[in-house]
Write a protein that binds this ligand. Sequence first.
Ligand SMILES: NC(=O)c1ccc[n+]([C@@H]2O[C@H](COP(=O)([O-])OP(=O)(O)OC[C@H]3O[C@@H](n4cnc5c(N)ncnc54)[C@H](OP(=O)(O)O)[C@@H]3O)[C@@H](O)[C@H]2O)c1
Length: 302
Amino acid sequence: MVSSSSNGPVVVVIGATGAQGGSVVQHLVGSDKNYQIVAVTRDTTKPASKALADQGVKVVSANVDSRDDLDRVFKGANIVFAVTNFWEHMNFGKEVEDGKRIVDAAKAAGVSHFIWSGLEPVSQVSGGKYKHAVITTYARESGLPTSIVQAASYMQNFETLLAPRKQPDGSLVFAVPMTPQSKIALLDTKADYGAYVREVIEGESFGPGSDVLACAEELSLEEIVSQFNEVTGAKATYHQLAHDDFLAVAGPAGQEILEMLLWFQDFGYFGGKDIAPSQKELAVPVKTWRDFVRQTKWEVLA
Ligand SMILES: NC(=O)c1ccc[n+]([C@@H]2O[C@H](COP(=O)([O-])OP(=O)(O)OC[C@H]3O[C@@H](n4cnc5c(N)ncnc54)[C@H](OP(=O)(O)O)[C@@H]3O)[C@@H](O)[C@H]2O)c1
């Protein structure tokens, strides 16, 4: 099936083989509007790249650490979507440099709509307690027509680091270093992130300059566990982990993740912003936590 059009705006998607960018490609492919989609990867031979090519999407090779690569793939682009993957290197300096390089290249290429997967400018909201989102500010101030589509916490995190675990006595426990009343903004990212990017491109009240929160719903940890139990019939409980206990199991990124979770707890995932306006012109419905629990194969319940 040829699913990327030969007319319509040229949309370059950085991160197209990943969760967010992959979702962006699928939602634009599924749109009733035409797009010429260019999927960027460092490796055009990997299975995720081949799957895109098989769908009729143009797949090109580029590394965001190369300005030459970015200039090449942005040539002729009308819209650029970009996400950087902090967790691959966990180097805050590199994250900022890559982000600025992408912004500079998009601006030089005359891109008319730059869509950035940013996060809240946390240091401004929390008075410097947490640091993040320098690139968001840089993009905004660069003069490039920039929209921000912030990804909520992936529901998929509850299949990995935040997954419920069987205890030696057979009971099932969700253990997270936050109070049970703390709310988490949730998104089935692989399925639904692209719906918000499509909204920013196509929605009448959106367009360049938008600030969208890609979030299906905000639930407290208590609600997350009780809905999990309702849907699966399990009897999981919630345990507020001590910080040290979390750090002992969270791996090398533990401190960074703990800071993020404490940010959600203290200031709200989106710093207290209302998610309702971001749902206004979604072309397709997005999945709730209940939907996600229902469709997920929970190994721990097998
Ligand atoms: N987990 C959460 O709850 C959460 C919530 C909000 C935001 N985030 C943020 O989401 C970001 C990750 O996005 P994701 O989940 O979509 O990542 P992902 O699924 O791991 O995919 C990463 C994508 O980035 C591409 N990429 C990485 N380095 C690249 C480079 N140097 N040059 C070109 N492409 C490169 C990869 O392409 P190739 O490998 O094919 O080259 C891949 O397509 C992280 O920065 C994280 O902070 C996460």
